[in-house]
Design a binder for this molecule. Structure first.
Ligand code: T4K
Length: 379
């Protein structure tokens, strides 16, 4: 690994995309002039309407982040006892349940898609199970049909953590329309961001109203609290960012796609590297470049490659190492999970997520591909 980068630019996974600055600044001035900064302001309402139209879904509730959005959806669906989730996900998926004293029952994944295996899900259903939470990872979608069949057969709620799947579709239907509700993240590191933010999409009007109330302390009007709630509101400045970024979303997707194609060409035919591919039959955001390193066949291990990349200021990530089940409090609560999740245990040793987005250049990608080739072949 003797290659040295000419550029001194730090390269990150999740470098934010930022839309038209003039339009953004004009919106910031508007909201400052209005002195209306949060609590169901005009930008939040506009963003919700634009998102609903874009997703082809009836209801969108904007929320301050996806973790709180998951907590609200879980509460509104009255989940309790046990909910089946993958361990191969960001820890927020599990925490949103445990926060409400619901046990996340970790389930193994399909090693090809990295997402929940519906047969494994069915094996983990007990009398205490009240729901299944699928996670659409990497801009791809879960096996929605199989999970829906399992949920229907056992009369369980089906919720999707769609933090990675904004702008994606399955069978021609946009994500946002599956299960009882789906939750998006608009965190700075997502290809579409509102600084911090998220949204819940659903076609269930009663559930939407319940979740909207919960997002604002349960207030139905002045002095009129009709349910339990929290403060999950999105601010006006976040919504202004969202509206502006939505205007550039196709450009972000196009850049991600071009980066993906360049990585795909650059990594083709390298032994010991397998890149996760997108299925062009559906819409996708191309937002993550995910490779698996075959540690047995590679001259350098995945971890050694990460260290070497970081020394070059290329901050590739080992998402989702070591798996939620090996993080606290789950590791102590259920140590036996390490034996029950062999595919997850294997995958967390292999995955590597590479920088992409509008801050990454073609030269950067060419360098990273060359660097990886040298690392795995030992040349
Ligand atoms: N479900 C799933 C499946 C998720 O992936 C996530 C979040 C959630 C639920 C919860 O969504 P939110 O409640 O966050 O809306 C980051 C993000 O913080 C997190 O939102 C995201 N998933 C996760 C996959 O990635 P970390 O701990 O890796 O963040 P951090 O600070 O190490 O940043 C990641 C990279 O991004 C770094 O290389 C630096 C770069 N970065 C980050 C920020 C914030 C920038 O270049 N600029 C920035 O402003 O979790």
């Amino acid at each position: 690994m003797t290659l040295v980068r000419a550029s001194k630019e730090k390269l990150h996974v999740g470098r934010p995309n930022i839309g038209d600055r003039d339009a953004l600044m004009a919106r910031f001035n508007d909201l400052l002039d209005r002195r209306w900064l949060t609590n169901s302001g005009p930008f939040v309402n506009e963003l919700e309407q634009r998102l609903a139209a874009w997703l082809g879904v009836q209801h969108v509730v904007a929320v301050c982040n996806a973790t709180v959005a998951l907590e609200i959806a879980i509460k509104a669906l009255e989940l309790c006892g046990e909910v089946i989730v993958p361990s191969f996900t960001f820890v927020a998926t599990a925490h949103a349940l445990q926060w409400q004293e619901i046990t996340p029952v970790f389930c193994d994944i399909d090693p090809h898609t990295h997402m929940l295996d519906a047969e494994e899900v069915e094996m983990r259903i007990t009398p205490r199970t009240t729901g299944i939470m699928g996670v659409h990872l990497w801009g791809r979608t879960c096996d929605v049909e199989a999970l829906t069949r399992v949920a229907e057969r056992h009369e369980l709620a089906l919720l999707f953590d769609a933090a990675h799947a904004f702008g994606c579709s399955r069978g021609g239907v946009m994500v946002g329309n599956f299960g009882t509700a789906e939750v998006f993240s608009f965190h700075a590191t997502k290809f579409f961001n509102t600084f911090e933010g998220g949204a819940i999409a659903t076609n269930d009007a009663t559930l939407a109203r319940k979740m909207r109330l919960m997002t604002n302390f349960g207030f139905a009007g002045y002095d009129d609290v009709v349910s339990i709630g929290t403060n999950g509101k999105m601010s006006e400045i976040a919504a202004a960012m969202g509206i502006t970024n939505l205007e550039s979303i196709q450009q972000f997707i196009d850049v991600n796609r071009a980066n993906y194609e360049r990585y795909r060409a650059g990594l083709a035919g390298i032994p010991a590297i397998c890149m996760l591919e997108y299925d062009d039959r559906d819409r996708t955001n191309y937002q993550y470049i995910v490779v698996e390193i075959d540690n047995e066949r590679s001259a350098s291990s995945r971890d050694a490659i990460v260290d070497a990349l970081w020394k070059q200021d290329i901050y590739a990530r080992r998402y989702f190492y070591p798996g939620c089940h090996r993080m606290e409090p789950y590791r102590s609560l259920a140590p036996h999970n390490q034996l029950l999740l062999p595919r997850t245990e294997d995958l967390v040793q292999r995955t590597l997520v590479l920088p992409t987005g509008t801050a990454v250049s073609e030269d950067d990608i060419d360098f990273i591909c060359g660097f990886l080739r040298a690392a795995v072949t030992g040349t």
